[in-house]
Design a protein around this ligand. Structure first.
Ligand code: GDP
Ligand code: MN
Length: 433
């Protein structure tokens, strides 16, 4: 049986899947699609949160020009310096810049070299295993005090549906090739589910520290860091905190050498400071634009634009378009409380995609008032001089008034009685071209 198209879409809509460390479910379609609509912080921002909460990270500065990087390297006054390109994707160590420079992470003892390397990083694209082929533009670099690493382990804390709550995930073999460890030696991946009401127990932190291979006094230190990371995870409403490498130094310190934190966007109202740190510059422009109007946009590769409310309805719409022989070009999810201006913006975004040959509106008016949608649609059609066929299926609150608005508009809008009808009409309108 063919995999349901909705299942594929679900992977992009449900962030808990998209944000799971990739290696946990190799080959799963959902996990390969990283959604970039959600708040993502750069390493330096995550490390600031960590150090503010008692987690051990290296001293560092951030720079946006090569000169700033050079100055920062001097100011750091460290025996050795590590220079790191700041992009949201991992695998930087083994990445390549379109300036020709190899490696997004460099160690040197000479501040001057930091300046030279930064010049080949800032403003260039860094391509890694986790970025698109052309890479991602580097706007900032981190200049940190390098420490010797005697052992690299892997530690993550994530919200996991399979455990209905947080789980610690760790491996004594961390570092850059954790995906391969997961594939070839799954027995080296340890999990420790945590009861969110009871919190992390000492015994659990100790067990993980031991599984990670921390010995002697390092075991207590690692357990202490794990507990602090867990408490941070809760405090900031994270869905994932990933530290790779979670390393030890020859001097006997446990240090978080790298950091990747993802957040629960539903917690934005109580995490205002953190959400204000989002620079959004790495998101796709159309997604940014959508976020600005509180709309969620997901690009797909067909030709029927879908304007829906709610992730469930989006998936159903996707399925029924496929079942009727069509392919969705994208989705715009309107969410709950809708304003007329949002509908206008939504249409503007949907039609800015040159792939779009028809628009299917499928709105269920529960919280949404259908008349508001209808007014928004007619206004958008007029002002944007819509050139593609538009099929509208509205149902629910105030639907009669909405129908009247659409019918009396004099615009070439095709009404549909239900989802099936809407999909058929949308697919037919594309086929006719
Ligand atoms: P990633 O490749 O994007 O995951 O970037 P990381 O921050 O994890 O750095 C990649 C690798 O560089 C790490 O796995 C370490 O082996 C190495 N590295 C990073 N920081 C330091 C450091 O301070 N000292 C040493 N010796 N190696 C480091
Ligand atoms: Mn790393």
């Amino acid at each position: 049986m063919m995999a349901s198209p909705a299942a594929a879409l679900a992977g992009r809509l449900l962030r808990d899947l998209a944000l799971r460390p990739r290696f946990l479910a190799p080959g799963s379609q959902a996990v390969q699609c990283t959604s970039r609509r959600w708040l993502n912080l750069q390493e330096y921002q995550s490390k600031k949160l960590m150090s503010d909460n008692g987690v051990r990270v290296q001293r560092f500065f951030v720079a946006s020009t090569a000169n700033e990087a050079l100055e920062a390297a001097k100011r750091l006054n460290a025996k050795e310096i590590v220079l790191k390109a700041q992009i949201l994707a991992g695998g930087r160590g083994k990445g390549v810049f379109n300036s020709g420079l190899k490696g997004g992470v460099h160690l040197t003892k000479d501040p001057k070299v930091v300046g030279q390397l930064a010049k080949q990083m800032i403003g260039y694209n860094l391509a890694t295993k986790q970025t698109p082929k052309e890479g991602v533009k580097v706007n900032k670099v981190m200049i940190a005090e390098a420490l010797d690493i005697s052992r690299e382990t892997y530690l993550a804390i994530l919200m996991d549906r399979a455990y209905n709550g947080p789980v610690l995930v760790g491996s004594p073999q961390g570092g850059v090739d954790i995906e391969e460890v997961a594939a070839s030696n799954p027995e080296l991946i340890f999990k420790e589910p945590i009861d969110i009401f009871e919190g992390i127990k000492d015994s659990q932190a100790q067990r993980m520290a031991e599984n990670l291979g921390f010995l002697g006094p390092l075991k207590n230190q690692a357990a202490d860091q794990i507990k602090k990371l867990y408490n941070l995870f809760l405090k900031i409403d994270a869905t994932q905190v990933e530290v790779n490498p979670f390393g030890e130094t020859p001097e006997g310190q446990v240090v978080c050498f790298d950091a990747k934190i993802n957040f629960d966007d539903n917690a934005e109202f109580r995490q205002k400071e953190i959400f204000a740190m989002d620079d959004k510059s790495e998101n796709e422009p159309i997604e940014n634009e959508a976020a600005r109007y509180d709309l969620k946009y997901i690009g797909l590769d067909g030709n029927i634009a879908c304007f829906v409310n709610g992730a469930g309805l989006a998936m159903a719409t996707c399925d029924i378009i496929f079942l009727n022989g069509g392919k969705p070009a994208n989705f715009l999810d309107l969410g709950g409380g809708v304003k007329e201006s949002q509908v206008y913006q939504a249409f503007k975004l949907l039609t800015s995609d040159p792939k779009v040959e028809a628009i299917l509106v499928n709105i269920f008016g529960g919280i949404v008032n259908c008349a508001i949608i209808a007014n928004g649609i007619t206004k958008a059609c007029r002002e944007l001089e819509l050139k593609v066929p538009l099929v509208v299926r509205l149902e629910g609150t105030n639907v009669q008034e909405a129908q009247n608005i659409l019918n009396n508009s004099g615009l070439p809008i095709t009404s549909a009685v239900d989802l099936e009808d809407a999909a058929k009409k949308a697919v037919a309108s594309v086929g006719k071209k």
